[in-house]
Design a protein around this ligand. Structure first.
Ligand SMILES: [Zn+2]
Length: 248
């Protein structure tokens, strides 16, 4: 086995604690359950990122955070196991220098939109980022019948190509990914992709085949600007909840 890649250098305790807290926040908001993960790019080394070891996100602690290179080789595993689908994160960071955080989840309200022709649309301002369009990744197109998981670098690269210049993408019969320039924005988008999907199911029921007046692309662009500030208000609230249950 090859040697572990070099570290991108030390990061603050706060950086690591916030990333561990993000896992717990996503669990508390119903975005992840026993599965799913969130990552953050190294602040000083763009070719390194951090993610929790393979465990239920609600149980994440700062001691669980592992550093990886962009091929998702661990830098400092020290016997800790890695998530099977970490390649999603490495390949998005490689393809998209503008993104610094990625959430992958199987959040249940989102999954139906990867199974049918009905597109996910932005139902309200907090989910305005969805109006830019949400690609659906169908793993069978290139790989035939699989276990549906993005479990190696080739699949990670193919998924990143499908995401292209968007910030959210669905995976057929699997889940979704939400990304952002910051950890706080990626978490916000993952939470509101799930909430929006719930609202869209209710709205489609109510519309009963009629028109749905969702945000168009221009409204989406305009309404997403305040979200960059709103996401910090949400983060402060959610982060405080985690601080209250841990000592970090
Ligand atoms: Zn998955």
């Amino acid at each position: 086995m090859s040697e572990e890649p070099a570290s991108g250098g030390p990061v603050s305790d706060e950086f690591i604690a916030d990333l561990a807290a993000a896992s717990r926040i996503l669990a508390a908001r119903g975005v992840v359950d026993a599965f799913g993960h969130v990552s953050q790019r190294h602040p000083d080394a763009p070719d390194r990122y951090f993610m929790c070891r393979a465990k239920a996100p609600a149980l994440a602690t700062p001691e669980d955070i592992i550093e990886y290179d962009l091929d998702s080789n661990p830098v400092n595993a020290d016997g800790r196991g890695s998530f099977l689908e970490r390649f999603i994160h490495g390949k998005i960071f490689k393809a998209r220098p503008d993104l610094n955080s990625v959430v992958h989840s199987h959040s249940p309200s989102v999954i139906p939109f990867g199974l049918v022709d009905t597109k996910i649309e932005a139902m309200f301002h907090n989910a305005a980022f969805l109006a830019a369009g949400v690609p659906v990744f169908d793993i069978s197109k290139k790989y035939g019948a699989t276990d549906m998981l993005v479990s190696d670098n080739d699949k990670g690269e193919t998924f990143a190509e499908c995401l292209a210049d968007k910030d959210v993408a669905l995976m057929r019969a699997h889940g979704s990914v939400a990304c952002g320039a910051t950890l706080q924005l990626a978490v916000f988008r993952a939470v509101f992709t799930e909430v929006n999907s719930r609202v869209q199911h209710w709205t489609m029921d109510l519309a009963n085949g009629g028109k749905i007046a969702s945000l168009d692309e221009e409204e989406g662009r305009l309404a997403d600007v305040p979200n960059n500030g709103a996401c910090m208000r949400a983060w402060d609230l959610w982060r405080r909840e985690i601080r209250a249950e841990t000592n970090w």
